[in-house]
Design a protein around this ligand. Structure first.
Ligand SMILES: Cc1cc2nc3c(=O)[nH]c(=O)nc-3n(C[C@H](O)[C@H](O)[C@H](O)COP(=O)(O)OP(=O)(O)OC[C@H]3O[C@@H](n4cnc5c(N)ncnc54)[C@H](O)[C@@H]3O)c2cc1C
Ligand SMILES: Cc1cc2nc3c(=O)[nH]c(=O)nc-3n(C[C@H](O)[C@H](O)[C@H](O)COP(=O)(O)O)c2cc1C
Length: 457
């Protein structure tokens, strides 16, 4: 054992910093819970009737929004309701609820949202005792994925094997299908014996105007990527780093095409504009993707779009004191950029960006901005790889393995890891590399503590 007092001092300092980081993380989690509890309390004022519990399992925020709409509709119709994240409940809490409404989405390849990892691992590993529990389940999914509503279906099976009784058949929503959501509202009517708000307000879009569009990667061997900036027309909504914009599809033959596309917001409200990095996609027949083709080729500066920015709680960042590791590829830089901007020009616990693209010559997205951020200290460290460069050929997950010791040290200091970009091409490789460096159990623990978060698509 060392007797060097300087080493002891450093060790003590590291311990104090570590304890302070843990305290800060706990404090901010408790604050978020208190805010949600206060909003819930407003929907379930103290009275005789026990509130209906509305639980959500959400990756990118839609299921959470629908859970709040459900609770608000019940409350307006005189039935108190309380909203909770499903992942915060234990089987005993589910059983005690008596009546439970769940809105659950599926992510990955038929997987549960990240925040549910502990629930799936611990509560769903075997049937529980849920006798006496009645439930209704709204499962969100997209039928273009092989395992449609995979998590909703698994959850339904587990609830039934555990002795809970379905109030009505599971309702599956394919890509936000409004008919299925109306069916859910109808079941709520039957449940409470009165009419809940007849039609839920469709997403309130704001009008924004394209103010700037810059081609980020001329000459790239990959698809065109564009930095697009929109200014608000009517009013500017508030959002935070990690949130997602839904952009309404273009007008075709005089009619707006139904639906929207999602894009990670790359800027903050204080900048007065919403920025995105949009990749031009192509369909199998070679024609441009509906939204990306329109946004990058047809929309002119000055033209208006319909857009709303949605809370995406599962990709919000930690407090500035917490060290932050940002990992991504391609257009994933957008979601990461909002995070380093959010803690820029103020003291922070360190921000380390690892980014991968195709070629240094053509795909070093926002290079000048990244260099300036490094110089100003907004970024503490920048590591990039270029998979098509001779002499490089690495993908971003390689950076995780190559810098394993530093990454572990950052995580020991309390770092949060945020991953943004492609699901197939990047996030699985990064996950495997993180597991190899930190161990599967530790990565699971980080996921459960909200210190490993993803916005992958
Ligand atoms: C949470 C989230 C965040 C996102 N963030 C970003 C972002 O920051 N930047 C970004 O560029 N994108 C982002 N996306 C992706 C974006 O929402 C769109 O999916 C993308 O722009 C393509 O939309 P599109 O309308 O241009 O293409 P579409 O016309 O919808 O086609 C999309 C793709 O589907 C496939 N496809 C279409 N039709 C067929 C068919 N008939 N048969 C087989 N395959 C078909 C093609 O491969 C095509 O490339 C995000 C997605 C999500 C879910
Ligand atoms: C990366 C990604 C993976 C998805 N995987 C599936 C899937 O395997 N099965 C499915 O039915 N839907 C899948 N979906 C569709 C989502 O379930 C659907 O968009 C849902 O509305 C998202 O709700 P949320 O915002 O609450 O997470 C996926 C969506 C994304 C972005």
């Amino acid at each position: 054992m060392t007797t060097d007092p300087v080493r002891w001092l450093w060790a003590a300092l590291a311990l104090v910093l570590w304890l302070m980081t843990i305290a800060l993380v706990r404090w901010s989690q408790a604050r978020a819970r208190r805010a949600a509890a206060a909003r819930s309390a407003a929907l379930a004022p103290a009275g005789d009737a026990p509130p209906v519990l509305v639980a959500f399992a959400s990756q990118t925020g839609l299921a959470e929004e629908l859970a709040w709409m459900t609770a608000r509709s019940l409350s307006d119709a005189g039935t108190p309701a309380r909203v909770v994240p499903l992942g915060d409940l234990q089987p005993a809490g589910l059983k005690a609820a008596g009546c439970l409404l769940i809105v659950a989405s599926t992510t990955g390849e038929g997987d549960a949202p990240d925040a549910l990892s502990r629930f799936v691992r611990q509560s769903m590993k075997a049937p529980a005792d849920l006798t006496g529990l009645s439930y209704g389940l709204l499962a969100l999914g997209d039928a273009t994925y092989a395992d449609f509503c995979g998590f909703g279906r698994a959850l339904d099976g587990w609830l039934q094997r555990s002795g809970a009784v379905a109030l009505f058949d599971r309702i599956e929503v394919d890509d936000g299908d409004t008919g299925a959501v109306r069916h859910w509202q109808h079941q709520l009517d039957l449940l409470i014996g009165s009419t809940v708000q007849a039609d839920w307000t469709p997403p309130a879009y704001d009008r924004w105007r394209l103010v700037e569009r810059t081609h980020l990667n001329p000459g790239s061997p990959g698809g065109e990527a564009w930095l697009m900036a929109f200014g608000p027309v009517d009013h500017a909504p508030a959002w935070v780093a990690g949130d997602i914009a839904e952009i309404g599809l273009p007008v075709i033959d005089g009619q707006p095409a139904p639906g929207s596309r999602e894009y990670s917001v790359a800027s903050l409200p204080g900048e007065g504009r919403a920025e995105f990095i949009v990749r031009l996609m192509h369909r199998p027949d070679g024609t441009p993707g509906l939204a990306s083709g329109w946004l990058t080729r047809e929309l002119a500066v000055g033209d208006a779009v319909e857009m709303r920015i949605r809370t995406n709680r599962s990709f919000h960042g930690p407090s500035p004191e917490t060290p932050l590791i940002l990992i991504g590829n391609g257009t994933g830089l957008a979601g990461l950029r909002a995070h380093w901007k959010a803690r820029a020009a103020r003291p922070h616990g360190g921000t380390w960006l690892m980014f991968g693209e195709r070629t240094r010559a053509h795909d070093a997205f926002l290079d000048a901005e990244l260099q300036a951020a490094l110089e100003s200290g907004d970024l503490t460290r920048l590591d990039r790889v270029f998979s098509r460069d001779a002499g490089d050929g690495r993908y971003v997950q390689k950076l995780v393995s190559e810098h394993a010791a530093d990454l572990s040290a950052w995580v020991d200091r309390g770092a949060t890891i945020l991953v943004c970009g492609s699901l197939e091409g990047m996030s699985k490789g990064v996950q495997a590399a993180l597991e190899a460096v930190l161990g599967t159990e530790r990565l699971l623990a980080l996921t459960e503590a909200g210190r490993y978060r993803r916005d992958v698509y």
